[in-house]
Design a protein around this ligand. Sequence first.
Ligand SMILES: Nc1ncnc2c1ncn2[C@@H]1O[C@H](COP(=O)(O)OP(=O)(O)O)[C@@H](O)[C@H]1O
Ligand SMILES: [Mg+2]
Length: 440
Amino acid sequence: MPTSRSSPSTGSPLFLLPALEALAGAVLLVDPQQRVTAATPEAEERLGPTTVRPGTPLAEALSVSEGARGLEALLSHGRQVEARSRTPGAVRIMRVRAVPVEQGAKRLGWVVLLGAEAETEGTRGDAEETFHGMWTRNPGMKRLFRIVEKVARTESSVLVRGESGTGKELVANALHAISARRKGPFRAINCAALPPSLLESELFGHVRGAFTGAVRDSPGHFRLADGGTLFLDEVGEIPLELQGKLLRVLETRSVIPVGGRSPVPVNVRIVAATHRPLRREVEAGRFRADLMYRLRVVPLFLPSLRERREDILPLARRFLDELEQNGPRCVERFSPGARHLLESHGWPGNVRELRNVMEYAYVIGEGPVLHEADLPPEFSEPRPLAATVVSEPIPAEDTHDPEALRTALARAGGNRTEAARMLGISRVTLWRRLRDVGIA
Ligand SMILES: Nc1ncnc2c1ncn2[C@@H]1O[C@H](COP(=O)(O)OP(=O)(O)O)[C@@H](O)[C@H]1O
Ligand SMILES: [Mg+2]
């Protein structure tokens, strides 16, 4: 394709780039000598600006599988091939197609379309898996699923720890659904949502007249879950005085309703969840150690979304697919800016937050591209995390201290580039130090 930037009269196609970007996203224009003549901003974003500089051989801008054979299949036979970017660090793998551009018998070049991204290096080979409504590509999550399958066959108490929105309740549901109790009831109670007095009667039931308003007997969650599974969400928030009663119920396998005398036998499997490490609650004197050991026979830990960033974009895509089932809009792709913001966000609300953000963007935006401006306001505001750090720099000598590394990572919402910036060290140095102290 003609390369002249200066004279569109010679037929330079550069003015077509915005249209190509709008229609097809990441596009390269390639001349008959198989050199890049132009790239849309999205292609530049994916492949790196230096690799798509005009004049670069296509084979250098892109690493096509099977090398020269692959390139020939792509350009001469019009076949779709797999290629990877040559960007150091985050290598991207994508499907590539080429359309020849001819004028009469004269070959002017090709329009090369960089299609949907497959996996990025490092996650390659990590197939996706859906497990009882939980989707992932993260090896840690998949290991967790295997443990869930094993413990589901037992009666052991399970304690699920993870931040809000990481899927604790989904795990509890899965445990029940696979277990021998699956035909029995599944009951969930959020221990943080109720004042202590109410929580007690919700858990253990009450007899008529036990307190003002107790006009009839109430069975409580333990008895309602008889023969099934009881999910105690936010178990760390149970007040101390109730913890003793709960422990007694677990040990005697019977409940005494509020205002009642005789214990009622119950057959319940307990799955508890907490967003706080219970051990720390025990150390702080807020949680009974004996109850912790009783609940935490099998501890399961759900990683936060920022610890499995490879899941962010595919999950976002899946939530969009769901929205498109009932919605008017069809989103074909994310703009590079939107993709970057989604991938670097701290996600304090984890997968639940991601789902809500996608719903917001789906409703607010228009057309086939999801743009960064479609994301909720917190994505365009300067990050408060970074602002805090400017006023509280982390002393350089502390950067070897695991605590300082953890603090920086936490403040950066898990974003290592950001954490390195805060510590005033390079990303590679950060990585090395994390590895040295056993965090990486
Ligand atoms: N791995 C996952 N795949 C798909 N959706 C998920 C996943 N994890 C969480 N979600 C979504 O996030 C929501 C919140 O999950 P939930 O189990 O209630 O989290 P938690 O109990 O930890 O706050 C779920 O309803 C589901 O829509
Ligand atoms: Mg929950």
